[in-house]
Design a protein around this ligand. Sequence first.
Ligand code: SAM
Length: 256
Amino acid sequence: MVRMMRRLGIARPFHMPLDALHLEHDAVAGLMRLWSRIHWSSGDGMMPPDQLLAIYRLAVEWPVDGDIVELGAWTGLTTCYLATACRVRNSGRVFAVDTFKGTKEDGSLYPSVAKMGGSTLDAFHERTRRAGVADIALPLIGLTTEVVDRYPGRPIRFLLIDADHSYDGVRADFERWSPKVAPGGLIVFHDYQMPDVARFVNSHVIGRPGFDPHPGLVVPNVIAFTKTAQVAPTPSARRFVRPVAARRRPSGVAVR
Ligand SMILES: C[S@@+](CC[C@H](N)C(=O)[O-])C[C@H]1O[C@@H](n2cnc3c(N)ncnc32)[C@H](O)[C@@H]1O
């Protein structure tokens, strides 16, 4: 890895903006996959590298001001990328909403939470500290539908929905949090390949007035909408994102 970086003339790879590498998305995703094996060998992140990269680039390039909210933070892996995007833009903070204990609706997380001593919050703090973003990555502890009433941030420029993946859970998060998204801001659904998430998005978000299906499916599993866009994307954001119609939908997903 180090030799490859030297060959590319990169002395300090982790301080180099990704765009400066002039690599295509797939190439950068490959590098990130490599980094992920090296740096997160414990496998305690839930977001695959290509999806992390897509989310990171959207967060860096989307030209709307405000804060970022991540619903469902787990141990803060994606949080660190979102906060780094804030750092790169020199603007905004990330509010990471989670019980940090799993929920009774999804008991599958309880064993992992138990292994971490009953809470993922220490891991979240450790990770954001190591990433150098602890000052701008702020945990909001509680159920997403309760925390929304005490959200302390600015209008949201980027809302990532990745908490309760049931139909009712995604619906509640969308209905409760989308009013806090700034005009032109993004609402990003992770796990669009999960049947309940796809069912909600396809029946309630696609075609709904006030929500443009742009940028659409940025990589499989990550679909993003603009809330009544009043700000045009920057040329680089436009290059990166593809309209939803231009991408193949996950098989078996009914679209209105
Ligand atoms: C898939 S993980 C999030 C992964 C994280 N975004 C990442 O990229 O690493 C889902 C998280 O949502 C949290 N969660 C699920 N339902 C929730 C709810 N209703 N309120 C708050 N947190 C919730 C769980 O505790 C878990 O940490």
